[in-house]
Design a protein around this ligand. Structure first.
Ligand code: ADP
Ligand code: MG
Length: 334
């Protein structure tokens, strides 16, 4: 198989077109119509084998996730996703791999009406770079720098599932299997969160004009909320009892471990956002309509840094040693 055959295979799968794609795959570059009055929102993320994903990860899952992590960044900006570019570096011209990869990629792209409009295909160690493009009404993007003292802190969905799945895979030695072998799935719900994260696109769109700041949780809640604090020049408190964790996670690990995953585990791809507390009821009903949980987990204050508070409201000074370990025992982040 040659480079052009691989590109043709991807192009054949890309299928669905958008009216705003004046020129898609096939020329030197794509031509895209950005609607008047809107800003282009652009992001890119690279996934490298052995750094961002385990050897043996299914090609379909890689296809899905490489787009998902980018749509998550667009979601955190409140953007409407529109287009994507895909740069594939492959050790060999493996048509089967490309086909399965494209299947997972296109499945998620179709779910969000995203058109694949170009990319690059080269030979080398397995690496995937996706660029996602979307739009927001001019001035309407959500950013990290808008949190203000007095705001409440929220997070969507549940935290820690993906990091727990990665832990289970590693502990069972499954993460080191030869490429292509499909590992048995010890905790299907947790594993699904790791392999097929669902970018919170609708949540991000809903939060335009509502949230004061927003970030997607890719490196762990504490790390990502700290980014918001730094960008906003504020401090945050997180109530440990308020952390949303799934029933699947609670069934697989004890409470201390669950909280460790929720605070420091990566790959959640939930949205963490801040908003004035008086908007809490509006947020609750908006998320009810979305069928997604939004938990109020803390508050913004003056100062700097993120503190975790126990049930009595006292700061937890030393997080159990294991929690630090969770922060570094992941397949990586973007
Ligand atoms: P050039 O040499 O001008 O960069 P290429 O031969 O790399 O062109 O690509 C030809 C066309 O195929 C371009 O439109 C490019 O965007 C598209 N393309 C290449 N690789 C991919 C890919 N992995 N996914 C989607 N489109 C791709
Ligand atoms: Mg090229």
């Amino acid at each position: 198989m040659m480079e052009f055959d691989l590109i043709d295979a991807i192009r054949a799968r890309a299928g669905r077109r958008r009216g705003d794609v004046a020129l898609g795959i096939g020329d030197d570059a794509a031509l895209l119509e950005v609607p008047a009055g809107r800003q282009l929102v652009a992001c890119t993320d690279t996934m490298v084998a052995g750094v961002h994903f385990l050897a043996g990860t299914a090609a379909e899952d890689l296809g899905w996730k490489s787009l998902a992590v980018n749509l998550s960044d667009l979601a955190a900006m409140g953007a409407d996703p529109a287009w994507a570019l895909l740069s594939l570096t492959l050790p060999e011209a493996d048509g089967g791999f490309v086909d399965r990869f494209a299947e997972g990629f296109v499945e998620l792209a179709a779910a969000h009406g995203v058109a694949l409009v170009g990319g690059d295909t080269t030979q080398g160690p397995l690496s995937i770079t996706v660029t996602a493009l979307g739009t927001v009404p001019h001035g309407g993007a959500l950013m990290r720098g808008g949190a203000r003292a007095g705001d409440a802190v929220f997070v969507t969905g549940t935290l820690g599932d993906a990091a727990a799945a990665l832990r289970l895979l590693r502990d069972s030695g499954l993460g080191t299997r030869a490429s292509g072998e499909q590992p048995p799935v010890p905790q299907p719900i947790l594993f699904e969160r790791l392999s097929r994260p669902k970018p919170r696109v609708a949540a991000g769109q809903t939060l335009r004009g509502v949230a004061s700041a927003c970030i997607d949780v890719s490196d762990g809640l504490l790390a990502d909320l700290a980014h918001v604090c730094r960008a906003s020049g504020v401090a945050a408190e997180v109530d440990i009892e308020a952390l949303p964790v799934s029933a699947a996670l609670l069934a697989a690990f004890d409470k201390v471990a669950c909280r460790g995953f929720a605070l420091s585990g990566g790959d959640d791809y939930e949205l963490c956002f801040t908003a004035p507390p008086e908007r809490g009821a509006e947020i609750a009903s908006a998320f009810e309509r979305l069928g997604l949980r939004a938990s109020r987990i803390g508050r913004i204050g003056t100062g700097e840094g993120v503190r975790v508070l126990d049930a009595e409201g006292n700061p937890i000074d030393t997080l159990p040693a294991g929690w630090q370990h969770f922060a570094t025992s992941r397949a990586g982040s973007e």
